[in-house]
Design a protein around this ligand. Structure first.
Ligand SMILES: Cc1cc2nc3c(=O)[nH]c(=O)nc-3n(C[C@H](O)[C@H](O)[C@H](O)COP(=O)(O)OP(=O)(O)OC[C@H]3O[C@@H](n4cnc5c(N)ncnc54)[C@H](O)[C@@H]3O)c2cc1C
Length: 617
């Protein structure tokens, strides 16, 4: 029976046929990652997600993390699953061998992100923040800090947290109030309250290493005055053993929230008794740069979560649509059929397939770009890939998290009333992934990052070059039977998108300062749509070429034998599916994107002009 998390054939097609990531094995850094090895790792990851992570997640949603007498208790089985994750090498898969890792490329690791985060975000978010905390200590810590904390975090003995948010400081971290006071021995006393801290307390491991943003007394306001501190839950002896002395940290409650019930989201007080010891990581006032050094991989991970959720939602909806008998056939209403036979359900399913598969290529492409920004042979190439990553990260993070939620919502719709019932997992998927649009910078913050920081990179050349690279596939598709109208639609939408930065500059120059802020999110969405169109077209081109080769191989030279092949041969069916998925997206979604672009270009500033009282309320 096929798994219901990800279509393995599609994963392989995206990686090896569309993006050709196996080329990485020609580089020295990734020589051991041949296609065979990659396929084996993917199969293992899928098995782990299916057998361990997904079942635990369903249980975790019902049982939830519990807060009893000031302590957090996780869903039974969580600690064992975390141990299994560490033992199977996933915590350190990307790290070098001397750190216990396998030196895995990002593009392979991100498949685990896609599968694991969407199968069990509560557990995997702990793994992610622990990894990232260990990475920061690896990059900025002293040798002693690496020995005391990093090794145990990478090894899975201790978990970690990222402690930024406060009641008055969410998106605006410059408003952080938590204080650090020099104790005179090189350590600091931390005092302040934080909230929304994932895994702030937990029983998964015997110690927790918090990485906290705080302001050293006397340092300037804003983000520039922030430093980052290592704050262990239990004080660690100089030989690395646990002292048994708890640091002055209290978890005061865990949030009752929409989803992710198994993930304890903690309110924390540090230094209630003026005795919370923190150890500076890196230099004073370098906190924000250190913390944000890992922002690209973190945001990529959230995009992978949205994509994986779309995939699980799609496969569940598809299975349900094939089983659920309701209503009559279009050409014979007395014949009761499974709902997959209704045009409207097919429209929804193909929309879900298109977004899932387009986002999958997008996520893999950007992870591959991250690898190429490291291992490409020329400095120019490395710089080009690095620019692509920086440009596209906010789009990927916001677009894939928003669409992940939308796809889960569509899966609920396909299930009808049963979609709302806890008997089926789609309502949980929808609730859980809602968080993806908020953490690691909200969708609004990503839109502003794109418009104000990323579009202007190299005077707009990074954006322009990226769009120009898309012409390649349109050129190759031109002249292919049945494609011209689709190619024209794609090119027209892309050309409309390319004009937007000039519109932003023009409006700003004319004094409409709010204009780019008002339009940033729709622009990000339209950009995401065009990227989807591009990846789906690229996939369709490969599918057409493979289908043609298959027809030649099977001697299917006329229309009738081709039709017979695409109705029966599983490879031919797959390729046909790819072709029609691309056509559906370009023919159905991109005209809507043109409408979004028209909306951006239209100089309507009502939302800015309306006085606050006129909103009513
Ligand atoms: C499940 C969960 C887990 C979390 N885990 C952690 C964690 O482990 N560690 C941690 O430190 N934090 C964590 N957070 C907190 C998370 O990072 C914040 O919720 C997020 O940064 C947004 O901050 P906020 O909630 O205060 O919203 P706000 O910043 O108040 O934003 C509210 C709205 O205003 C918009 N907005 C804000 N500023 C602007 C602006 N300048 N211009 C335009 N629009 C703006 C936002 O886009 C948003 O729509 C977690 C949150 C959740 C829900």
């Amino acid at each position: 029976m096929p798994n219901i998390l990800a279509d393995e054939k599609d994963v392989r097609f995206a990686l090896f046929d569309v993006l050709k990531v196996q080329e990485l094995s020609k580089t020295e850094a990734f020589a051991s990652f041949t296609q065979d090895v990659m396929e084996m790792i993917i199969a293992e990851a899928l098995k782990f997600a299916e057998n361990v992570l997904f079942p635990l997640n369903l249980k975790g949603d019902k049982e939830g993390a519990r807060f009893v007498d000031g302590r957090v208790f996780s869903t039974p089985g969580t600690a064992e699953a975390y141990r299994a994750l560490a033992d199977s090498g996933w915590l350190t898969a990307r790290e070098s061998e001397d750190l216990g890792g396998q030196g895995m490329p990002n593009v392979l690791n991100v498949i685990a992100d896609e599968l694991f985060l969407s199968s069990n975000f509560p557990l995997m978010t702990t793994a992610h923040v622990t990894h990232d905390g260990a990475k920061l200590i690896e990059l900025f810590g002293t040798e002693e800090q690496k020995h005391l904390y990093m090794e145990k975090m990478y090894g899975g003995q201790w978990t970690g947290t990222m402690v930024l948010t406060e009641s008055g400081a969410g998106s605006d971290l410059g408003a952080i109030q938590t204080k650090a006071t020099r104790r005179g021995d090189g350590t600091y006393t931390i005092s302040g309250s934080k909230l929304f801290i994932t895994g702030g307390d937990s029983d998964v491991t015997e110690n927790i290493v918090h990485l906290i943003l705080a302001r050293i007394e006397g340092d300037p306001p804003g983000t520039k005055g922030l430093s980052i501190f290592i704050v262990p839950k239990i004080i660690v002896n100089s030989d690395g053993s646990l002292s048994g002395v708890p640091n002055d940290i209290v978890c005061t409650r865990i949030e009752e929230k929409l989803g992710l019930h198994a993930s304890p989201t903690c309110q924390m007080t540090f230094g209630e008794n003026n005795d919370c010891i923190g150890y500076l990581l890196g230099k004073e006032r370098a906190g924000i740069n250190i913390m944000f050094g890992l922002i690209n991989p973190s945001r990529l991970g959230i995009g992978a979560w949205g994509t994986g959720t779309a995939s699980i939602a799609y496969l569940h909806a598809l299975r349900y649509a094939k089983e659920r008998i309701q209503g009559g056939a279009l050409d014979n209403p007395r014949n009761r059929v499974a709902i997959i036979n209704h045009p409207d359900i097919r429209r929804i399913l193909l929309t879900m397939k298109a977004y899932t598969e387009g986002m999958r290529v997008f996520v893999y492409y950007l992870s591959y770009a991250l690898d190429l920004s490291r291992v490409s042979s020329s400095a120019e190439e490395r710089e080009r890939w690095s620019g692509t990553v920086d440009l596209l990260i906010p789009v990927l993070k916001a677009y894939c998290s928003e669409k992940g939620f939308e796809m889960a919502n569509l899966a609920v719709q396909i299930h009808g009333g049963y979609g709302l019932s806890a008997e089926y997992p789609v309502e949980q998927l929808m609730r859980d992934v809602r968080t993806a649009t908020i953490v690691e910078g909200t969708t609004g913050i990503q839109g502003m990052d794109l418009v104000f920081r990323k579009l202007p990179m190299e005077g707009g050349a990074v954006f322009a070059d990226f769009l120009a690279a898309m012409d390649d596939v349109a050129g190759k598709m031109a002249g292919r039977a049945g494609w011209q109208a689709y190619i024209d639609q794609f090119k027209r939408t892309k050309a409309g998108l390319a004009e937007m930065p000039a519109a932003f500059s023009r409006q700003t120059a004319e004094g409409n300062k709010a204009f780019p802020y008002l339009k940033a999110n729709l622009f990000l969405e339209a950009f995401g749509d065009v990227i989807m169109g591009w990846f789906l077209l690229r996939s369709a081109l490969v599918a057409e070429e493979r289908l043609e080769a298959l027809c030649r191989e099977k001697g299917a030279t006329d229309a009738a034998s081709r039709d017979a092949l695409t109705a029966g041969d599983m490879d031919a069916v797959f390729f046909q599916g790819k072709i029609l998925t691309a056509k559906h997206f370009i023919g159905t979604m991109l005209p809507v994107t043109e409408g979004k672009l028209a909306s951006i270009a239209w100089n309507d500033l009502s939302a800015w002009e309306i006085v606050e009282r006129a909103f009513g309320g």
